[in-house]
Design a protein around this ligand. Structure first.
Ligand SMILES: Cc1cc2nc3c(=O)[nH]c(=O)nc-3n(C[C@H](O)[C@H](O)[C@H](O)COP(=O)(O)OP(=O)(O)OC[C@H]3O[C@@H](n4cnc5c(N)ncnc54)[C@H](O)[C@@H]3O)c2cc1C
Length: 434
């Protein structure tokens, strides 16, 4: 890997997501040799992936080069690599560019899409965890619209103009709202041969309400917002099969579609090699104590989505969202400094800043403790918070101007088929192995 020897303790971080990046930033100037490893050379701001897949934002405005972080310190190194396994007895990790030893290992590998064992969905559906996957969805939506314009087959046209999103958590709700806006604002201008009423967006949810992690009040508001945008909501509906053409559910509902997007859940993305006792098998996440130490290991830590820290308040661990990841990353930096000075470690205490979801233009819902609100003000708060947490000044500026442009023009400027998806399906198979 070409990392020089150093007398400083070496901290290896696997994953430059929210958790890994928060930790790396805090350790840059400290007395450690820091090695950051990631399979991508950029950090992905996942909360805005849906805007890439619906042509509102260019992908580079939600990605941030990881070397821009490591370049600020001579003791810090980035390597682009896939980590395959860990040999904890030798303090060694194995990657596709060689092995590297560590004094302290921090696993911040996040999560991956959960198909709940349904192979038909994994084989034929689309999902959105990475920038290439979001771009695949963008291409597919636009290719389907282009194809609908030219097909003579009425059944085929219907399937091309049916958009099915499964899972009404924040991602599914935001995605459905954004596709509905594409239908309401862009299709009438760009595709005069398509009647917007022919284009149907179906949101399927297994539970009895949308946004299950949020309050009942916000859920009701979001439901109304989606209906106002013309999204068909199907609650208590579980998908049983999707063969690439037909969606079958546990109810009478069956839908023909060429766009099937799965946003119904995630599961941990661990690295092989640690003892079985380190894992909470059902969640596929590492069991950690209040210092983020992985069960059974003193010098291995896990932070973010991949870490499951049980407490009285969070018996199933913290929610798999950005804030616990960022807060754990920052907290672990302080504890690692304490550890090398043989000081007492401090337990992690999560500060819940609230949850929010947007449902298209001027509409969002926010839960902040006892405070719950929706509508234009919530949308404004949503935009401010996302701009604030977006990494990099350039990204904030570009996103801000894009949003202003889209707002004034009712437009989605990035509606480009740069890399056709349908015509080049094997790309998806490579990218989606993550
Ligand atoms: C579509 C979508 C929308 C979301 N919206 C919101 C939202 O609105 N608000 C919110 O708070 N949260 C949201 N989340 C959740 C949030 O993004 C995650 O909770 C957060 O990213 C977790 O941070 P992390 O650092 O644990 O993992 P990640 O940010 O996923 O980072 C993991 C990193 O590890 C790397 N990696 C993984 N395995 C390996 C390996 N073996 N070798 C090398 N590198 C590896 C990955 O490339 C990645 O860079 C959303 C997630 C998605 C997918």
């Amino acid at each position: 890997m070409n990392i020089p020897h150093s007398d400083l303790p070496r901290v290896v971080i696997i994953g430059g997501g929210f958790a890994g990046m928060a930790l790396a930033r805090k350790l840059l100037k400290e007395d450690f040799q820091l090695v950051l490893l990631d399979r991508h050379n950029y950090h992905t701001f996942q909360p805005l992936l849906y805007q890439v897949s619906t042509a509102s934002l260019e992908p580079d405005s939600i990605a941030y080069p990881l070397r821009k972080i490591t370049r600020d310190s001579k003791k810090c190194f980035f390597r682009l690599t896939e980590v395959s396994s860990i040999t904890a007895e030798e303090n060694l990790i194995h990657t596709n560019i060689g092995d590297i030893s560590y004094d302290y290992l921090v696993i911040a590998t996040g999560s991956k899409t959960n198909f709940f064992g349904n192979e038909s969905i994994e084989k034929n559906g689309m999902w959105m965890k990475t920038v290439p996957q979001a771009l695949n969805i963008r291409s597919l939506i636009l290719e389907n619209l282009e194809q609908a314009v030219i097909t003579d087959d009425a059944e085929k046209r219907k399937a091309l103009l049916n958009f099915v999103i499964v899972g009404a958590g924040p991602t599914g709700v935001e995605l459905s709202g954004a596709i509905a806006e594409l239908r309401n604002n862009v299709v009438p201008n760009d595709y005069p041969d398509i009647d917007p009423n022919e284009m149907n967006i179906h949101l399927l949810e297994g539970l009895p309400r949308v946004l299950p992690p949020m309050s009942e009040e916000s859920s009701k508001k979001a439901h109304r917002f989606l209906e106002e945008l013309g999204v068909h909501i199907h609650l208590n509906t579980m998908v049983e099969n999707y063969d690439g053409e037909l969606v079958k559910t546990n109810t009478d509902l069956a839908l023909k579609t060429e766009t099937f997007i799965w946003s119904a859940g995630v599961t941990g993305a661990p690295v092989k090699g640690l003892n079985a006792s380190a894992m909470v098998e059902k969640a596929n996440r590492y069991e950690v104590n209040t210092f983020n130490q992985v069960n059974g290991y003193e010098n291995i830590f896990a932070i973010g989505d991949i870490a499951l820290m049980q407490s009285e308040e969070y018996p199933k661990g913290h929610p798999m969202v950005a804030q616990p990841a960022i807060q754990q990353g920052k907290h672990l930096a302080k504890n690692l400094k304490r550890l090398v000075k043989s000081e007492k470690l401090e337990p992690f205490d999560y500060y819940d800043k609230g949850t929010m979801a947007t449902v298209g233009r001027n509409r969002a819902v926010v839960d902040m403790g006892k405070l719950k609100f929706g509508g234009f003000f919530a949308w404004f708060v949503w935009m401010f918070v996302h701009l604030w947490f977006l990494i990099g000044f350039r990204n904030r500026l570009v996103t801000f101007f894009n949003w202003i442009y889209n707002y004034i023009n009712f437009d989605k400027a990035a509606r480009l088929i740069i890399r056709p998806f349908k015509a080049n399906k094997q790309i998806m198979e490579v990218d989606d192995d993550v």
